[in-house]
Design a protein around this ligand. Structure first.
Ligand SMILES: NC(=O)c1ccc[n+]([C@@H]2O[C@H](COP(=O)([O-])OP(=O)(O)OC[C@H]3O[C@@H](n4cnc5c(N)ncnc54)[C@H](O)[C@@H]3O)[C@@H](O)[C@H]2O)c1
Ligand SMILES: [Zn+2]
Length: 353
């Protein structure tokens, strides 16, 4: 039986592409990829946990090359980019090749960056295999790697030619990794879609397609309005991220998953929104309850220093030069940038986490 596919048309800069969300998409890959891949030589980039999925896809595509990187954030490095570029060249790839990234956000960001710079840019297909990558990181064209001084400091905007989100790939995803993906989905609802927020409830894995599709629509619309973060619109996607990133840094990368840190960051952002944007306390309570329902943390785990979080907030690039831009939500379904938020507001919110 052919199952239904959600198709979201996305505009990024001058570029148009589709995101497809559904089940059984990898089985239909030759047909779905044909418009993009055409006669191109295909290089699949995956990690050690998605190698099996990539192998299956390679088989369907008639024996594409598969390049696996070690799983984990450490692979998002310039060294790994260099290794992959050399491997592509050794395999005979040139500007008529195309890169398909099969994995979570790490593989998506890294393979996208390789595609952005290899032969000055070749097409990239995202095959996200984590909920976070499906609902968030595979959309919007941000690609890149980490520098020693910080995350995602080196990169390029390179929009994918296609995003294939096959929910069947989530079957092997560990529960904690699945849960953290909901943080970004809840974020999209909070900043853009009150009705979606109302309809959110802990889903079994069978019910995800329309939620992922809606999440992609929200992110895509925001990116289409401001691909290069010039108007402030794209910055709204950073709701919960100023404090969330600081918590990730203070906890030591790897202690808390990104979505877990963002969950805490959203709790802090809601407290600040109450003070600076008139968010009703009852709505803050609903966001906190929603995060808890999805098994996400809403109070700081022991051992994470609040002072270290504050130091990390001040290190954050958005605070350089003294100007503080902070994303607040005045009511569920809306967000805006505030310039009224002070570091003391953030100290107070972090103190109450
Ligand atoms: N480009 C963007 O706009 C954007 C947005 C948000 C996050 N990110 C980036 O995304 C990354 C985080 O993404 P992530 O949470 O997907 O991390 P990840 O790619 O490290 O995946 C998490 C873990 O799950 C494993 N995995 C992936 N798919 C699997 C599957 N189907 N079955 C079993 N295991 C599987 C991975 O090997 C890894 O161990 C960060 O580097 C972050 O900076 C980018
Ligand atoms: Zn995020």
């Amino acid at each position: 039986m052919a199952t239904s596919i959600h198709r979201i048309e996305i505009t990024g800069g001058t570029h148009r592409y589709d995101a497809l969300v559904g089940r059984g998409l990898l089985n239909r890959a030759p047909e779905l990829l044909r418009p993009v891949v055409d006669e191109r030589r295909v290089a699949l980039i995956c990690d050690t946990n998605t190698q099996r999925l990539a192998g299956r896809l390679a088989q369907r595509l008639g024996g594409a090359e598969v390049f696996a990187i070690p799983a984990g954030e450490e692979s998002k490095s310039l060294e790994q980019v260099s290794v992959l570029c050399d491997q592509l060249i050794a395999a005979g790839c040139d500007r008529s090749a195309c890169v398909i990234g099969v994995g979570g956000g790490v593989v998506g960001d890294l393979s996208g960056f390789v595609a952005a710079i290899f032969e000055r840019g070749i097409p990239h297909v995202q095959v996200p295999t984590t909920l976070l990558a499906m609902a968030d990181s595979s959309i919007g064209g941000k690609t890149g790697v980490n520098a020693r001084a910080g995350k995602n400091l080196i990169g390029a905007i390179h929009q994918p030619s296609l995003v294939l989100a096959d929910l069947d790939t989530l079957d092997s995803l560990p529960e904690r990794e699945l849960r953290q993906g909901f943080a970004e989905i809840i974020k999209h609802a909070v900043i853009r879609d009150a009705a979606m927020f109302d309809s959110l409830q802990p889903f079994d894995r069978g019910d995800l397609a329309s939620l992922v599709a809606r999440s992609i629509e929200i992110k895509a619309a925001i990116v289409a309005a401001d691909e290069r973060e010039l108007t402030g619109e794209r910055a709204l996607l950073n709701f919960g991220h100023t404090v969330g990133h600081a918590i990730e840094r203070a906890a030591g990368y790897g202690q808390l998953l990104h979505g877990e840190a963002i969950s805490l960051g959203m709790v802090a952002a809601c407290a600040i929104s109450m003070k600076r944007a008139g968010l009703a306390p009852a709505q803050r309570d609903r966001v906190v309850a929603m995060l808890q329902q999805f098994g996400l943390p809403t109070s700081l785990p022991p051992g994470v220093s609040r002072e270290a979080i504050l130091d990390a907030v001040q290190f954050d690039k958005k605070f350089r030069g003294g100007a503080v831009r902070f994303v607040v939500t005045p009511r569920l379904g809306e967000a805006c940038l505030s310039t009224d938020v002070t570091i003391d507001d953030i100290r107070e919110a972090v103190g109450n986490l």
